[in-house]
Design a protein around this ligand. Sequence first.
Ligand SMILES: [Zn+2]
Ligand SMILES: [Zn+2]
Length: 675
Amino acid sequence: MLQFIVQVALDTPLDFYFDYRWVGESADSKAPVRGQLARVPFGQREVVGLVMAVKESTDVPSGKLRDVIAIQEHITPLTEDWLDLCAFAAGYYQRPLGEVALPCLPKNLRVSKPAALVRAFKALDKELPAHSPVMVNKPALHEAQCKAAEAIVNAQGFAPILLHGVTGSGKTEVYLQATEQFLAHTHDAQVMILVPEINLTPQLESSIRSRFPNMAVATLHSGLAEGERMRNWLAAHTGRARIVLGTRLAVLASIPKLSLIIIDEEHDPSYKQQEGLRYSARDLAVWRARQLNIPVVLGSATPSVESWQHGQSGRYQRLELRERAVKDAVLPAVRLIDTEKERPQDGFTAPLINAVKLRLERGEQSLLFLNRRGYAPVLVCDSCGWLSNCMRCTSFMVLHKPERRLRCHHCSLELPIPRSCPTCGNTDLQPLGRGTQRIEEGLQQRFPDARILRIDADSTRLKGSAQAALDSVHRGEVDILIGTQMVAKGHDFQGLTLVGIVNPDTALFSHDYRASERLFAQLMQVGGRAGRTAQKEGGSASEVLIQTRYPQHPLYAAVVAHDYDRFAAALLEERRYAALPPFMYQSLLRAEARSLEGALDFLHQAASLLQCPHIVINEPIPMTVTRVANVERAQLLVESASRPALQSFLKTWMPELRAIKTSVKWQLEVDPVSI
Ligand SMILES: [Zn+2]
Ligand SMILES: [Zn+2]
């Protein structure tokens, strides 16, 4: 009888593989191979693991060796390319391979019996065969778009391409036409398109489906039901889906014939996973393109400084779209309103209110942008100075007036709004500062007949409600839209001619060195929602009004001039001078404990383990929001000007960290985006 030892990677924090015995049921049983999934016993449980190797013998004593329960034979083994990708991500982000690879697979594949898989395959068979890459309703491209699409199609081997195009310049059309040519050129080629947010997938999915009516498209994002996720994952894995569209998690999908990768809005912070395996989907996508020797397109109106630097140095090929795609649509005029001269009332200056009024009279839409949800960030007592601190966090409870609640945005604690000051009994508690709800209230009072809609994380808690809200804006059922960053990206609002930025200044003075880069990108993005179509006869020219106390600030000057290059060059110089990324490579060790001393002690111990040349180990410090849900948090920053030096330091450091006996919870993040 056939018998082998199968080495299996499991989803555990243990950094090694597990040996099991596999015995063939009959003489013609097929031996397991690398890349298959195996159901195995683990402790008292049954789990699914990934076969890493099949061998003749093991050091595990035969009395302790357990048997494989079953090998998943219904799906083709995962490819070497995919295993390499997981191995790279595991190595780079300092995690065991099993902890990286297994969570990438649909849950149904990891837990269920073969019957569910057979069902998923049957559902797949019902879908359209993936045959014709012919695109319908193809618009003519303008010259710069043509050039860009051609450059992508003609790229040879590994070719990172930075597609820098102003908002509304028709980047999506370039993606689609390049995709068509790739699919037409090779009969089984697959293309992966990444977008930063789930909210952007339905819009792009429907335009892809309508343009490629005879092509199977699979979407992958965290909003899918498990059955759907399984079916779509299989469609990608079996090669039936020729286009795979997804959010950051799609970068780790099995796509065996991947031939082109497109990353839309490559600068977007959502590409960074902020828990578990804290990977950058953009960076992994570029690595994957290099490994497969294929082109990767990084598209943005405001590229990240890292990508922009690569574009300057020639490492990335740079393509530019400087004009808007729609004939006679022009970039909106950006104007700064000095709030020292024009004092705001209820958060609005007179010029902004007048501009909104003008749009209302002409039946055009306005968008007011404020990246702070809730009614007011804090409730105060003027007579004794009481503030609505969260009892569990180093932060304030945010006033949510329509919900009649105080809510902590860090730990989700909710309390009723107190009728009087808990300290002195004063009944006149005042909201301080402004969130989207308060802006909405102010506008309702000024424009009682206007149709006003607020879109933020609170107004769109129900599944599908964000899409429904956006749809009603598209249908023209909204006069004034109030929104957070949720509305800033990608959406193409046809009737919008005014964007008002209510209060952007706080980000100018953030302790986070990336805050200004993000603010600039956000302002360009949200401003770019205006004037996507040609100005109507008798209609308003599209404009962006920014209320600020600092109209002299160079960041705003660059926004007014639509001058990304000037801003990026200045930012890069600043980073070079301050020895910050991309001139420095960073890793962050975070510790969580019941007491701050406990967390800091652990980090001091960690810092003293190793001394290495070219590695800077900084002082452990408490995190800015130190306490969240009664847990104290601190961090230790490790830096180096050399990425290989930092990686080799981490490789030695990690086993020593794991050996520390402590009750402190800790994790390591490589290339953190916020510090
Ligand atoms: Zn009081
Ligand atoms: Zn809290």
